[in-house]
Design a protein around this ligand. Structure first.
Ligand code: FES
Length: 166
């Protein structure tokens, strides 16, 4: 079934290597989606249709899997991916308040991207630097011992840098 998606067209040839490496059967759906997300950064609608087509599955089934697992994203991520740790050490040190302050400041909910495409906020499990709890990681860089205020300051600094570069 072809896709009548309204979104931007993806370069579907980028998927060819995946289909050469992995046998095209519905049982491999999750692996294929993981690799597709590595390529595109998320799972565009036309990619979902194409994967369904090649694996012999229904697009609704593929979409069902893509929406069920939190590891999959259905929209592009921002320039800065904020991973807000909600692991145990961070939780007992106030990660919920930090995360809420970040969400409020950006005007988005978890899993969403700001309208300017700058920030995506995701709640994640332990980031592996519990001694710094509570921690957020932005594009791989860890910021620890945060308060709601200091987390917002980090974002303000990034925004200022971005505005200065324009
Ligand atoms: S619990 Fe947050 S880094 Fe481990």
């Amino acid at each position: 079934m072809s896709c009548n998606c309204k979104g931007p067209k993806s370069d579907l040839t980028l998927l060819n290597n995946i289909f050469e490496e992995i046998s095209c059967v519905p049982e491999n759906l999750i692996t294929v989606l993981q690799k597709a997300q590595e390529i595109y950064g998320y799972l565009p609608e036309d990619v979902i249709y194409h994967v369904a087509d090649v694996l012999g599955a229904k697009p609704a089934e593929v979409m069902g899997v893509a929406t069920f697992y939190s590891q999959f994203r259905l929209s592009p991520i921002g320039k800065y991916l904020i991973m807000s740790c909600q692991g145990t050490a961070c939780h007992v040190n106030g990660s919920k308040r930090v995360s809420e302050a970040v969400a409020d400041y950006l005007g988005i909910k978890h899993g969403e991207t700001t309208a300017d495409g700058l920030f995506t906020l995701e709640n994640v499990a332990c980031l592996g630097c519990c001694s710094l709890a509570p921690v957020i990681m932005i594009n791989g860089e860890a910021y620890g011992n945060l308060t709601p205020e200091s987390a917002v300051e980090v974002l303000k600094t990034i925004k200022e840098k971005e505005n200065g570069e324009k």
